[in-house]
Design a protein around this ligand. Structure first.
Ligand code: PLP
Length: 416
């Protein structure tokens, strides 16, 4: 028997109306209405985003920054306006502090190459945590291999929280950079990044925050955080794939070498000497993802129109309800039980491989993620190879949580 559940959420969101904005939600999967709980991997897109991208292709399709003709001017205005939307959304002071990237991964690689690398001597240290996504591990490993720097890792507790005292101890005279995830995609843990930044800054160490899983779930203010860099991906916040942003403090960006060379990032090119454009264009070589930027801005406007506080309240209610209901099923154990969690619920079921759970849930129309979630060191920390992860978005409902729980009961029936 499944656990009884509240039928409505407390939050002031009209979720049925919101669901109507997302065409992909209204389909059947294996003959069952789709329940989409893989939002940490990527989110579905509202009509407003789809229309913004189509509109670009239908009316404004031209390259940016180059043409004198009207379409090119319109495309440029829309692209640069998107930068301003992002600036406002994350509380940055200046649009020139926003660099368009392919996503979080590219933003982190950009900072590793253009900001950190020139500052490193052999034996210097970079500090990350034990709950990073591979995209906040591998760029630093590559950098360490190339420079002789050393990667240090802050351990995490059994409940999936950062060991803050160890963090302080691991910051040394050789630490040149800290990179930390704000919300873990594998555990859902919300890290005390503001405090961590304060601690690092007391030693003059710059900090990058990986906000990929944070921006969709809470209001972010980069000036309040005082982070040096902040990275996020559009597709996890109801925007298109292949677009994201890097926020960097203006004084840092101004001093950084280009990440890639090509068109649109130069002031002048001669055989003797090439000079580079000012940030952010210095870091946007080549034709950018114009429609992606426009779509991302539409997604942020959409989320703003719903009210981020109401969105956060709704999602935290879904998470709380799901956590209680899933834990009530015998044999299920949570992986990561931090005091502050957002977005995602990770668990294992005794005697059943997460992939089998994923397959059975899929046959019930429930889309979750089973695997290591690109965070293999987290799996190693908990001596498991994979977890089941249900992750929530603005359009999910308590009824859908019930469908997840019903599906898990079905798994138990199949596996006895
Ligand atoms: N950081 C975290 C915490 C993530 O969850 C992800 C994606 O799952 C990434 C970084 C990488 O994002 P992207 O693949 O969009 O670059």
């Amino acid at each position: 028997m499944s656990t009884p559940m509240p039928t409505t959420t407390r939050a002031a969101l009209d979720v049925e109306r919101i669901r109507a904005d997302f065409p992909a939600l209204h389909q059947e999967v294996h003959g069952r209405p789709l329940v989409y709980l893989d939002n940490a991997a990527t989110t579905q897109k509202p009509r407003r985003v789809i229309d913004a991208v189509s509109r670009f292709y239908e009316y404004d399709c031209a390259n940016v920054h180059r043409g004198v003709h009207l379409l090119s001017q319109r495309a440029t205005v829309a692209y640069e306006r998107a930068r301003t939307t992002i600036r406002k959304f994350i509380g940055a002071a200046d649009s020139r502090e926003i660099v368009f990237t392919r996503g979080t991964t590219e933003a982190i690689n950009l900072v590793a190459s253009s900001f950190v690398r020139p500052r490193l001597e052999p034996g210097d240290e970079i500090l990350i945590t034990g709950m990073e996504h591979h995209s906040n591990i591998v760029p630093w490993q590559l950098l360490c291999a190339a420079t002789g720097a050393v990667l240090k890792v802050v351990p995490i507790t059994d409940s999936g929280e950062i060991e803050l005292d160890r963090y302080e101890e691991l910051l040394s005279d050789r630490t040149r950079f800290v990179a930390v995830v704000q919300v873990s995609n594998a555990l859902g843990t919300v890290n005390p990044v503001k405090r961590m930044i304060e601690i690092a800054h007391a030693r003059n160490i710059p900090v990058l925050v990986d906000g990929a899983q944070a921006v969709p779930h809470a209001r972010i203010d980069v000036r309040d955080l005082d982070c040096d860099f902040y990275a996020f991906s559009g597709h996890k916040i109801y925007g298109p794939t292949g677009i994201g942003a890097l926020y960097g403090k203006r004084e840092h960006l101004l001093g950084m070498i280009p990440y890639q060379g090509g068109g649109d990032m130069i002031l002048s090119v001669t055989w003797e000497k090439t000079s580079y454009a000012e940030p952010p264009h210095r870091f946007e070589a080549g034709t950018p993802n114009i429609e992606g930027a426009i779509g991302l801005a539409a997604a942020l406007d959409y989320l703003d129109s719903l009210g981020l506080d109401a969105v956060a309240a709704h999602e935290s209610e879904l998470l709380e309800t799901a956590t209680a209901a899933v834990l009530a099923i015998p044999g299920i154990r949570l992986v990561g039980a931090a005091r502050h969690r957002a977005g995602a619920l990770s668990f294992v079921m005794k005697g059943v491989h997460p992939h089998d759970i994923g397959t059975i849930l899929d046959s019930e129309g429930v889309a979750i993620r089973a695997g290591h979630h690109c965070a293999q060191p987290v799996m190693q920390r908990f001596n498991i190879s994979a977890t089941v992860r249900a992750s929530f978005g603005v359009y999910n409902t308590i009824d859908e949580v019930q469908r997840l729980v019903d599906g898990l009961h079905k798994v138990k029936e199949v596996f006895g």
